[in-house]
Design a protein around this ligand. Sequence first.
Ligand code: SAM
Length: 291
Amino acid sequence: MNAAASGSDGLPPLRDVIARYELAAKKSLGQNFLLDLNLTRKIARAAGDLSKQTVVEIGPGPGGLTRALLMEGAKRIIAVERDERCLPALDEISAHYPGCLTVEAGDALKVDWTRLTDGAHPVTIAANLPYNIASVLLVTWLETEPWPPWFDRMVLMFQREVAERITAQPHTKAYGRLSVLAQWRTRPHIVINLPPEAFTPPPKVASAVVDFRPMPTPEPACRAATLSRVTAAAFGQRRKMLRSSLKQLMPLPELLLREAGIAPERRAEDLSVTEFATLAAILDRAPHNRG
Ligand code: SAM
């Protein structure tokens, strides 16, 4: 039986690694580590067959999920980590899996993703995201132009409340900008729920892993930036009727709403993803409507 099949990868237990490199978790970096390799392997398996994938991992930290991805057969991992204290631990993993792990030291918010992945294909983004920047990163990836993007799949951990917003349906409180953008361009669904105790230290809230499969040609076609402007205006005043909330975008929203066949008395929460994208598509075609 090989090391992976036996449940161990031959590297020291994560608790020992954390103690040896003094990796006390920093709240400012959203550090809630996953130390149970069975759990991280379950997350890695949720990303499907990794044997032909280049995996982009954000925030490998001491390497719990990284090791699991490698044990599950990831062909290659490119990891971006901001905390330099973690780099020696990640070097050990690189040495154990020669040629499989590249670590980029730096801030994921400043990465040029096409440069980082350099034409690699297929690519899966897999991460236990730092929660303070999780939504910003997600929106950056979802707003990628041109589309289809440089990645083929995303398997990402969020606070459960954010995961529920991403997957929320109309007529619910959780439905909002993230739901519309995510569901217009991908098919997001929650694949694993985790209680706070799964992490060290435990965060205050529960977490969930969301699987996103990009759709090659999201319908109706519009610019992601326009869709984001429309949803920002509509959900910015979600209790108001659209004829009022969309005044942020243009002086006479009724014209736009009529062209889209949407009653001006409706509210953001009641519009489907398709209706939002229809509004954005009309705005893209008719710049005079932009107000
Ligand atoms: N992957 C590890 C695990 O599952 O145990 C750690 C996950 S922890 C929730 C988030 C990680 O993201 C930490 O290692 C933290 O240092 C890193 N991080 C925080 N902000 C970052 C940023 N702006 N760019 C890259 N990494 C960041």
